[in-house]
Design a protein around this ligand. Sequence first.
Ligand code: UDP
Length: 254
Amino acid sequence: MARRRQLYEGKAKILFEGPEPGTLVQYFKDDATALNGEKKGIITGKGVLNNRISEYLMLRLAEIGVPTHFVRRLNMREQLIREVEIIPIEVVVRNVAAGSISKRLGIAEGTRLPRSIIEYYYKNDALGDPMVAEEHITAFGWAAPPDMDDMVALTLRINDFLTGLFLGVGITLVDFKIEFGRLWENEDMRIVLADEISPDNCRLWDSKTNEKMDKDRFRRDMGRVEEAYQEVAKRLGILPEAGMRDMKGPETIQ
Ligand code: UDP
């Protein structure tokens, strides 16, 4: 069977040409990076779990009317997505202080924030993804003011919905990063949720013990990283039937 043409390889995913125009195949790797790529490793089975977790969350978000790039999961490590023009901004939402906001502003990790805070980072590896303000985004044309309005409105809904969804399975959604893209349908453009939502880009803490169930276990060498991702999938009720190890590799789609 003919192998699909690879279009882009990122740190955790590979994008291939899709089976029809306007679609792509998103392949989830086990590779993990942190500290802007300085720390590298493999989290066995991560790609399989993130494929499932992201599928589940995108489908649940679609049910409440959040437009996403997700079409369907193809196999253990691949999903079919709509091709979008990625807006080069990482949108971070914080409900509880952790990570960079704790360091930057001296707020103890675990402090609940007075309200949810949205931050923007310019996607640029060479610059180390610097934090930017809405002013920079619109002045430099990375997104137009109406795009920003859509992104903020969607981000707040996504945060409310996911906070409740995770709380229901005993997990506190501390913070997360999302990305948006422009989806063109003839002359019309819509802003849709793109990329992935998984323990790679969320901070998820057990609501009773505050135990970390996300990529911080890798970033901070805490061990039991695979188990933490697996526990998130288990609580969401979506552990892959075939178990964790994707020994036979991805199946080629028809
Ligand atoms: N995050 C991400 N990709 C990045 C930077 C951050 O997915 O390049 C996520 C991270 O997992 C966390 C949230 O965004 O859930 C906030 O991250 P923070 O700014 O605290 O940075 P970090 O401490 O991860 O460097």
